[in-house]
Design a protein around this ligand. Structure first.
Ligand SMILES: Nc1ncnc2c1ncn2[C@@H]1O[C@H](COP(=O)(O)OP(=O)(O)OP(=O)(O)O)[C@@H](O)[C@H]1O
Ligand SMILES: [Mg+2]
Length: 243
């Protein structure tokens, strides 16, 4: 079975969550053909604010000036390598990548007003298949490239969905900092059709990061992924792969 797990940046922000998560993911990598994608929004906002740069968002996307792009590269590479280290400690043979590596994820500017925010135009899963075939666990930071060697900051959920489609994953699992999609009363919705999720978006019940996630989930399902799950990292220990 092929699975793509997207890990929210917040889960990688402290050893207390990162270490057990690495154990779970390393275990899953022994059962499935697994690819990991991660974000790092929280760390990036902190990094920038420590340097006196205010983060600006348009519809949940971070306006990416050259200065912000430089920070994105630094921060995501650091998060990526620390997570690779934790996965290796847990027994995996993890390899840290960005979409630039092997022309894995290509992008073009989404909107001039957003700077270097990328829209994914193409995913070439060849590198993933090579690594998986040789027993490695690919761990992808949410950066894309283009043929001219420019980097793009891509929303991690969008990048995960695009990779899941290209890699023909059967399952896409979003691990995040909430227990799932919550209704207007704050109760977790155990199951959601595409139509129901559209209705919740229209009603304004879903916003911010969850909006980006549900849009990415829709793209993945349209692209042939059979099932998308949105869950807290440790909602059901050891059952990441539940049907
Ligand atoms: N209806 C909703 N149900 C659940 N979460 C919601 C809802 N509406 C908005 N949210 C917000 O979406 C957030 C999850 O998205 P967020 O982008 O913050 O995390 P992530 O995608 O896991 O991490 P990263 O962006 O670093 O990759 C929740 O913490 C919550 O604040
Ligand atoms: Mg997010």
């Amino acid at each position: 079975v092929r699975v793509l797990v997207k890990v929210g940046g917040a889960l990688l922000d402290a050893p207390a969550t990162q270490e057990p998560l690495a154990g779970q993911i390393a275990a899953l990598a022994r059962q499935a053909e697994l690819v990991v994608v991660h974000g790092g929004g929280r760390q990036l906002t902190r990094h920038l604010s420590e340097r006196g740069v205010q983060s600006r968002f348009v519809q949940g996307l971070r306006v990416t000036t050259p200065e912000v792009l430089d920070a994105v590269l630094h921060v995501l590479t650091g998060i990526n390598q620390h997570f690779v280290a934790a996965l290796n400690r847990a027994g995996a043979r993890a390899v840290g990548l960005s979409g630039m590596d092997g022309r894995l994820v290509e992008a073009q500017p989404l909107d001039a007003a957003l700077g270097s925010v990328g829209r994914v135009t193409h995913v070439d899963p060849a590198l993933l298949h090579s690594l998986l075939g040789a027993g490695f666990l690919p761990v992808i930071a949410c950066l894309a490239g283009d043929r001219a060697g420019r980097f793009y900051n891509v929303n991690a959920d969008q990048l995960a969905a695009a990779c899941a489609v290209a890699f023909q994953a059967e399952q896409l699992i979003f691990l995040t900092d909430v227990e799932g999609v919550l209704d207007a009363q704050g109760a977790r919705l155990p199951q959601l059709t595409l139509a129901q999720s559209e209705a919740l978006i229209t009603a304004g019940t879903i916003h911010g990061g969850m909006l980006a996630k549900l849009r990415a989930a829709r793209e993945a399902l349209r692209g042939g992924v059979r099932q998308v799950r949105i869950t807290a990292a440790f909602a059901a220990p050891g059952t990441l792969l539940a049907a």
